[in-house]
Write a protein that binds this ligand. Structure first.
Ligand SMILES: NC(=O)c1ccc[n+]([C@@H]2O[C@H](COP(=O)([O-])OP(=O)(O)OC[C@H]3O[C@@H](n4cnc5c(N)ncnc54)[C@H](OP(=O)(O)O)[C@@H]3O)[C@@H](O)[C@H]2O)c1
Length: 307
């Protein structure tokens, strides 16, 4: 089968299309999938650059790709929910940029019929992450107020929709074309982070859900009410500032199990959450796809469509 692989860390020149043996069912929980689409996630580039070797080490040669959608080819003996021919999406945490991938059944979901393979894979990481930050960790309830920083990105655009579907008041930051996108997704207030200072406009919020990281995250403590939460999927909020503002603050590692994603996928099936696709590339264009996402200002998800 064709796959994308690299044998050294570095910029996108390390990426090559290679011929590899098709993976096989090895454990009772395995689901072998013929891949039709796989997302490009910012973590793919952090891993490729070698930046994650302390926190989340990988061994080389490495096939990137955190998720995939496609058609089930074979299943392990303990798999009862999926059979050959089923259309699925899956979180694999590696190996998604390939014509075939093996996923653990607990990270596989049936693809909603109203989604293409490209759309389905685009939502896998976003849905699990948005659910984790808003509800599993954020514990928000209807009527509460959240600031979503980086709301037009892949995760942010899904998070805005999930928040609005659950009756939250959403304040969003974005820039460029992302402003109109986030407004169209239902955000109640949208601020251009390049030209406006959101900290002068809002206060007394229940949660900051940060999808951007960097220094801007530390400036947002002032918008929280006492007892509020600063949760980031992209950076480490300062414990000193958290103490000073009397709020909870931490990095959130999302729960990407099928169990955590399933309730949000029901909203997708009902047409209440839309996939937002920034651009589609082929498998052979994986390096360009990663460079495209690295340049920023992509609204929604970059996806590889695999023939
Ligand atoms: N912890 C976890 O479990 C987990 C899970 C998923 C993702 N992540 C991480 O979360 C981050 C977001 O992922 P993603 O897939 O949504 O990436 P993405 O599509 O690249 O989106 C990032 C967004 O952040 C915006 N942004 C950048 N700087 C900003 C600033 N100073 N203020 C406000 N917005 C800013 C960008 O807007 P412009 O394009 O307009 O600049 C962009 O829309 C990545 O770092 C990713 O690795 C972590």
């Amino acid at each position: 089968m064709q796959a994308i692989q690299y044998t050294a860390f570095g910029n996108s020149e390390v990426i090559h299309v290679v011929e590899l043996p098709q993976p096989e069912i090895k454990t009772a929980d395995d689901v072998l999938i013929q891949v039709k689409a796989a997302s490009v996630n910012p973590l793919d580039m952090k891993i490729r650059m070698g930046f994650m070797q302390q926190m989340r080490p990988v061994t080389l040669p490495f096939v990137p790709g955190l998720d995939a959608s496609g058609i089930v080819v074979a299943v392990g003996k303990d798999v009862t929910q999926f059979k050959a021919g089923d259309e699925v999406l899956a979180v694999t945490m590696a190996n998604g940029y390939a014509e075939y991938v093996v996923a653990n059944q607990h990270f596989v979901l049936h693809k909603p019929a109203n989604l293409s393979f490209v759309e389905a894979t685009s939502l896998a990481v976003n849905l699990g992450t948005a659910q984790s930050i808003l509800f599993t960790e954020g514990k928000l309830t209807a009527g509460q107020k959240v600031l979503i920083q980086g709301a037009a990105g892949a995760v942010g655009a899904t998070m805005v929709q999930l928040a609005k579907n659950n009756g939250l008041y959403v304040i969003a930051t974005a820039s460029g074309n992302g402003i109109d996108l986030v407004k169209s997704l239902g955000a109640d207030e949208v601020y251009d982070y390049k030209t406006q200072d959101v900290t002068k406009e809002v206060s007394n919020l229940d949660l900051v859900a940060d999808c951007a990281g960097g220094d801007s995250l530390q400036k947002l403590f002032v918008v929280l009410k006492k007892g509020g939460k600063m949760l980031s999927i992209a950076g480490m909020p300062s414990p000193e500032l958290a103490q000073q503002h009397e709020v909870e603050a931490r990095f959130v590692s999302s729960n990407l199990t099928a169990q955590n994603i399933a309730p949000t996928l029901d909203l997708v099936k009902a047409g209440k959450i839309q996939p937002i696709i920034a651009k589609i590339f082929t498998l052979a264009e994986a390096a360009q796809a990663q460079d495209f996402l690295s340049t920023g200002s992509t609204n929604g998800k970059v996806v590889l469509e695999i023939a």
